[in-house]
Design a protein around this ligand. Sequence first.
Ligand SMILES: NC(=O)c1ccc[n+]([C@@H]2O[C@H](COP(=O)([O-])OP(=O)(O)OC[C@H]3O[C@@H](n4cnc5c(N)ncnc54)[C@H](OP(=O)(O)O)[C@@H]3O)[C@@H](O)[C@H]2O)c1
Length: 298
Amino acid sequence: MNLAIVGTGAMAKFYASAFRALAPTLIGRQSGGPFILSDNGHTEVLNPPFLPWQAAAGISWDVVILAVKWPAMPLVQSLMTHISSGSLVISLMNGMGQEEALIPPLDPSQLAAGMTTDAVTGTWDESQGLPAFTVTARGETMVPWLPHPSMPLWQNTVADLGLSWKFLPQGSVLHHRWVKLVQNSLINPLSALANVPNGMLPDMPLWNLAPALLHEARTVARAAGIVLGPDLDAQVVRLARATARNISSMLQDVRKNRVTEIDAINGYLLRCAAGYGIEIPVHRALVQLIHALSSQAC
Ligand SMILES: NC(=O)c1ccc[n+]([C@@H]2O[C@H](COP(=O)([O-])OP(=O)(O)OC[C@H]3O[C@@H](n4cnc5c(N)ncnc54)[C@H](OP(=O)(O)O)[C@@H]3O)[C@@H](O)[C@H]2O)c1
């Protein structure tokens, strides 16, 4: 199977390890070369094949996994114009709305927008002089079951590799993606603004915004046909506590002067809300604050 992993960051490196039996190719701006991956006490050095964006466009891929961040989407879009209908494309990015922009050129039956709660963090290993990635949580990966000819083969391949991905009806995955979107829409920007690890967030004054943010998100989700359970408020607090030592990806991006995913997370809620004629002023304020923080950092 010819597998492409689009991205060269933490998640792409994790998938390069998980799918190493398929000898996947990473696609991105630059290879980054060899790296260390630590997972559950096991550490190894990997150096998967790499192709820059333009070179990857000329190849026929059976399966493509998208593991990039929002600013890479114009490059992804351009790559997808070269993808044949025989390729299955699986997106495991956070946020929502990026995938819809890929249809066309992709057909809806070949684009599986899933989600994962696996977590991987990147650092630098001084002793070996290599980038190092650590799997900090093994969560769940859910992918919608699509009527694409490659889907049964991919499902069997994943099972043969011992990966516990779930292949679920599209509506069920969409619901899980909304739950994650809403959780991210609180934890990511609030932790970035408060500059604290997740676990401290529920004790910060900024957390007083949580009820209004959840109410607004719930209203938008309902308009989109997604009913979020009454326990979501408690779930978000539990998630922050359960990932207490994690530095959220948005806070990491702010600290490293990188563009954040705010436009794919809270920004997606804003775009949806506008489509339904709903005002969500607290989310709007957060988007503005994160943009201000990012431009300050740069
Ligand atoms: N890490 C996690 O624990 C985790 C868990 C669940 C979901 N996710 C989601 O998975 C996706 C990837 O996350 P990640 O942690 O792997 O991120 P990451 O380590 O920051 O890597 C981001 C990737 O996007 C590329 N990229 C960013 N801006 C770009 C631009 N302007 N042009 C071209 N390429 C660009 C980067 O390329 P360069 O290296 O060339 O900049 C890199 O390949 C995100 O949607 C994230 O939210 C992450």
